[in-house]
Design a protein around this ligand. Structure first.
Ligand code: NAD
Length: 378
């Protein structure tokens, strides 16, 4: 069996697959290891399991090159000295990060890892995880370097951002840093060196900062809306030709697989439980309730048909993870757009897909806090 330059564990996921494709596109021989055998088969047949700009075309181009190898068996790791872990890092039922996911994965991987290897953690992890993983691997008798190189792409833009965003490398040794720098060099991005803990915090703070910006935008919207003014006019007055406020986002359902989870991770890490983060979670998670309460106070919703447009967590995405539209879906079988529009008494735009811009909604009762179908309205 030929050696592999790198193996991506969790390589069929939203982060793992674009990364594996980019590395193979840079000339590496890449192994994709994923426990989901169905996804492995799907990718092997040339289909990407989720929407990601340009990914399917690149996959189809790379498959015949032989530079991509896929397997649901971690035995693939025995053929490399560079392993990237991109497994999901969920929050448990007590809103704490499930740090044990790494224990389980490491148990499975240790028998296949070699001395002298580089292990790159790329999932967004609870602060201190890199050091813990390194200690565990060393305790298992392995002489390996563990570094933290967070993924910072936005879903849908992964291939282009992988080659433009600076790569953070959180390393505790020069040896680990040098190996990781060599690994990412063909992507042509600049490198920022930190300690592992600094990089872990940088990633969590970045996502939390973004989540909090959406929260303040949603809170401002509610303050203005409650006082009966048109928020479109307020936003325009704030932003127009005023660069210091140009980055105030509009309101919207802020959800998805990362921002809320990572704000929770930071909250769990912080001894005083991070009241600003908790307020952000309450505001963002509470926006659907605010919409429902407002509609109910106008005319009870019971007996009326409400159509929800968009179940993904953001526009132009097919990812429904942690979407804020879900709690209001009574029936899991969705109906076609035309039928929703035709049969609903009220339409709520829950994800700002560009396709909704073209909908004919004149005279309809529409809630659109994004302002994608016209002005912001509730
Ligand atoms: N989705 C994003 O835009 C994004 C951006 C930056 C960072 N992140 C972080 O990256 C991590 C992964 O997120 P994702 O969105 O790619 O998740 P995902 O669920 O799409 O992918 C994870 C993949 O890992 C596989 N997997 C799980 N356990 C495994 C194991 N033991 N061995 C092999 N494969 C295994 C799963 O089958 C899945 O294909 C998370 O920590 C997330 O917070 C995500």
């Amino acid at each position: 069996m030929d050696p592999l330059d790198v193996v991506v564990v969790g390589g069929c996921g939203h982060v793992g697959l674009p990364l594996a494709l980019s590395l193979a596109d840079s000339g590496y021989r890449v192994g994709i290891d994923d426990i989901d055998a169905a996804k492995i088969e799907q990718v092997r047949s040339g289909s990407v399991p989720f929407l990601e700009n340009g990914a399917e075309a690149l996959l189809r181009e790379l498959l015949p090159s032989g530079r991509l190898e896929l397997s649901a068996d971690p035995g693939l790791l025995a053929r490399t000295d560079t392993v990237i872990l991109v497994i999901g890092t969920p929050i448990d039922e007590f809103m704490n990060p499930s740090v044990r996911v790494f224990d389980k994965v490491l148990d499975d991987l240790v028998p296949h890892l070699k001395d002298g290897s580089l292990v790159v953690l790329r999932s967004t992890v609870f602060p201190g995880t890199t050091e813990t993983v390194e200690r565990r691997l060393r305790a298992a008798g392995l002489d390996v370097e563990v570094v933290f190189c967070p993924e910072r792409i936005a879903e849908g833009h992964a291939l282009e951002e992988m080659r433009s965003l600076p790569q953070l490398i959180g390393a505790s040794s020069d040896r680990g840093f040098d190996k990781a720098s060599r690994l990412f060099k063909p992507l042509g991005v600049s490198i920022v060196r930190t300690t592992p803990l600094e990089a872990e915090l940088a990633k969590l703070l970045t996502n939390t900062w973004r989540y909090m910006k959406f929260a303040i935008a949603n809170q401002f919207f509610q303050i203005a809306h409650r006082s009966g003014v048109d928020y479109n006019n307020v936003l325009d007055a704030i932003r127009r030709d005023y660069p210091r406020a140009a980055d105030l986002p509009g309101p919207g359902l802020a959800a998805g697989p990362c921002l809320l989870k990572d704000t929770m991770q930071l909250s769990a890490f912080t001894p005083d439980h991070f009241p600003m983060g908790q307020a952000a979670m309450q505001i963002n998670e509470g926006l659907p309730n605010y919409i429902v309460d407002t509609l109910n106070s106008r005319e009870p919703l019971a007996g009326r048909t409400v159509g929800i447009l968009g179940m993904a967590f953001k526009g132009e995405s097919d990812d429904p993870r942690a979407s804020l539209s879900y709690p209001y879906v009574q029936d899991p079988s969705f109906v076609p757009l035309e039928k929703v529009v035709a049969d609903s008494d009220i339409l709520i735009v829950a994800a700002p897909h560009k396709a909704y811009r073209k909908l004919e909604l004149k005279g309809r009762d529409v809630v659109d806090v994004w302002g994608i179908t016209g002005p912001i309205r509730l």
